[in-house]
Design a protein around this ligand. Structure first.
Ligand code: AMP
Ligand code: ZN
Length: 146
């Protein structure tokens, strides 16, 4: 537990939340500011941040809960689809520094639109050079063993 962390306080029951699921490893609760009504946050109960610092077996447990919640939004809310969102760092828009997955139910006419502006590479070589750098970091061990 991290003393100043709002999500750790939710895990400890020191701040109220509307829970939808919990087990020994993970907690799922309603986001108080839903992008679409029914928006759920899934977190590991233990404090980890960012995504790259979460032990892989724990991350697998958390992702199983993400999958369960997505299925429940479709079965229980009649969602037509589900978006996942996960932010790391202020540059990525992260506000709460305890790793969390947004699981957002989507409905055909929910009115939400992502502000997704597809860019373009100046030439295929630009993408290839960036891919080289990512492959190099992977080969050097970034992210640990798959
Ligand atoms: P992020 O920008 O990815 O860090 O998202 C943080 C999310 O936490 C936002 O969607 C907030 O609405 C949500 N949030 C903050 N405080 C609470 C809380 N006490 N209970 C439920 N959701 C919260
Ligand atoms: Zn925390």
């Amino acid at each position: 537990m991290s003393a100043d962390c709002i999500f750790c306080k939710i895990v400890a029951g020191r701040i109220p939340s509307t829970k939808v699921y919990e087990d020994d490893a993970a907690l799922a609760f309603m986001d108080i500011g839903p992008i679409v009504k029914g928006h759920v946050l899934v977190i590991p109960k233990a404090h980890h941040d960012p995504l790259t610092a979460v032990p892989a077996p724990l991350l697998a447990r958390v992702m199983q809960v993400v999958q369960k919640v997505a299925a429940a939004q479709m079965a229980g809310l009649g969602a037509d689809g589900v978006n996942l969102h996960q932010a790391n760092g202020a540059a990525a828009g992260q506000v709460v520094p305890h790793v969390h997955f947004h699981v957002i139910p989507r409905f055909a006419n929910d009115g939400h639109r992502w502000n997704w502006k597809a860019g373009a590479y100046s030439a295929p070589a630009e993408a290839a050079a960036l891919a080289d750098r990512i492959r190099g970091a992977l080969q050097a061990g970034a992210g640990g063993q798959a």
